[in-house]
Design a protein around this ligand. Structure first.
Ligand code: CS2
Length: 487
């Protein structure tokens, strides 16, 4: 007998306390989400489900997979249901989530995506497309119209055959204006400072460069009717493994092909500037504040900053997961020292940095969470500017000592060394990997390599103007190469 799969018909087989907090049949698609990764399913989808359950308002999510038609089809095959397992230190708790009501693949379902974006019932769009989905020029933050994918989308904009989320979103907003122009809020949930403004900028740049005769009208309408609030999202969500699939099956009694796992902790802070109706996420603990900057920089610089430092130092030391790195003699010290070093760069009004560092150590130690250093270390060229470089610039300008950031930068540099197969030394991936590999060309001295790597991060200022930093980073490379962490 084949095992039944998780879907609406199978809900009756699941223990009542493991069923979704809402009946998905009572929800309508009123939020469109781009990015079908595990993070969305373990974070915004949970807040939306609880907001719908507690308010009785029918807030359902139509998720759009930018690339993988397979994931969207797999989710559809389960009536958009999937399970979430909370990884508590000593136990796991699994339940089904029911806030997703439609799963689309961006290219084949482009017409439906546009129709939803134009629908006045849809008043919120959210995105988790990772830093590389924005195609920002590292120096200016403008849309990189020379990136091949964006250039291709601009050329295709008249026909609608778009492959980037930025292009699809711009086209969808244009369609919305033409269909009557109900106000809408577009919420970037990616780990970038001022993520709302960053998203607004690239979408406007796309519209301005598109061949649409009404592009100026679209821009004018966007200025009045489309909000791009900043947000910070937080939950540690490791990639799902085969073991997670088996555990979800065991807990539910039905097969779930798309389970997600996450730490118990979650947080969502949003800038309180929405253009129209939104799910009452505050009913599930989301915080609406006038200014997210203090929260955003605290999270990026302390949590994500330590994550990246642990990823590259841990890889050099032979660790596999964040919990492994915390179990070394230097892991906790590194987190605390990095937090202490960057704390003077944080604006007032956010969480208490010392208490935040204490919580981080606890969260990172959680032995139930197998968060791979390779996952966190990937796309470093896009993550590091957000996580370390602005803090580093502020500290260097104030002539403050920056030994921990120097060590972290050296560990990142070490991890960009090309391996024999043209990949990166510890198996991380990065769209800039070929350019980073070239920084290690034969005959380049260590300081020259560090300068080139800094330039590849968009930090030509530090490469050219801070010889002491370059020398300090270069000096740490040999120990890291030998797997020694000298903190
Ligand atoms: C991590 C983040 O993969 C990474 O780069 O630092 O995904 C991190 O786990 C989340 O931002 C936590 O909220």
């Amino acid at each position: 007998m084949t095992t039944p799969s998780l879907n609406l018909a199978a809900l009756g087989r699941i223990a009542p306390e493991l069923r979704p907090a809402v009946d998905p049949r009572e929800l309508r698609p009123r939020v469109v989400h781009f990015g079908l990764g595990a993070f969305h399913r373990a974070h915004q989808a949970v807040y939306t489900e609880n907001a719908a359950a507690r308010s009785g308002e029918p807030w359902g999510i139509a998720v759009v997979a930018p690339r993988s038609a397979r994931t969207a089809a797999a989710l559809r095959a389960q009536d958009c249901l999937y399970s979430l397992t909370e990884l508590r230190p000593a136990e796991t708790v699994t339940r089904a989530v029911g806030s997703v009501v439609e799963a689309l693949a961006m290219r084949p379902d482009a017409a439906r995506v546009d129709a939803l974006l134009a629908d006045p019932e849809v008043t919120v769009v959210t995105l988790t497309i990772t830093e590389k989905g924005y195609y920002r020029s590292p120096d200016t933050g403008a849309l990189d119209t020379s990136a091949p994918e964006i250039a291709a989308d601009l050329a295709a904009a008249a026909t609608g055959a778009l492959t980037t989320v930025v292009g699809r979103l711009a086209a969808g907003l244009a369609a919305r204006m033409r269909a009557g122009g109900a106000p809408v809020t577009v919420v970037s949930c990616d780990n970038m400072a001022a993520n709302g403004a960053a998203l607004g900028r690239v979408v406007r740049d796309f519209v301005a460069a598109a061949p649409w005769p009404d592009r100026q009208a679209v821009l004018d309408w966007m200025a009045a009717s489309v909000a791009f609030p900043a947000t910070i999202v937080d939950r540690i969500v490791p990639a799902t493994t085969e073991a997670d699939l088996r555990a979800a099956h065991a807990a539910l009694g039905v097969h779930d092909g798309l389970p997600v796992v996450g730490e118990p902790y979650r947080q969502w802070v949003l800038e309180d500037s929405f253009a129209g109706p939104r799910p009452p996420w505050e009913l599930d603990g989301a915080l609406f504040v006038p200014d997210v900057v203090p929260y955003q920089l605290t999270k990026l610089r302390l949590l994500n900053g330590s994550h990246s430092a642990l990823a590259y130092l841990g890889a050099a030391a032979g660790c596999t997961t964040i919990a492994d790195a915390l179990a070394t003699g230097w892991g906790e010290r590194l987190v605390r020292a990095l937090c202490a070093e960057v704390t003077p760069t944080l604006p007032a009004g956010g969480p208490d940095p010392a208490a935040y560092a204490d919580d981080l150590v606890e969260r990172f130690r959680n032995p139930g969470v197998r968060h791979l250093l390779r996952q966190i270390g990937s796309d470093g060229s896009l993550k590091i500017p957000e996580r370390w470089l602005d803090a580093l610039r502020t500290l260097r300008t104030a002539s403050a000592a920056t030994p921990v950031l120097e060590l972290a930068l050296a560990a990142w540099a070490n991890a960009t060394r090309p391996d024999a197969d043209g990949g990166q030394l510890f198996g991380t991936t990065d769209p800039a990997a070929p350019a980073l590999a070239r920084c290690w060309h034969e005959g380049a001295g260590p300081e020259d390599t560090v300068r080139r790597l800094l330039r590849a991060l968009g930090a030509a200022d530090l490469a050219a103007g801070d010889g002491a930093l370059v020398a300090a980073v270069a000096a740490r490379l040999p120990a890291l190469r030998a797997g020694r962490i000298e903190l």
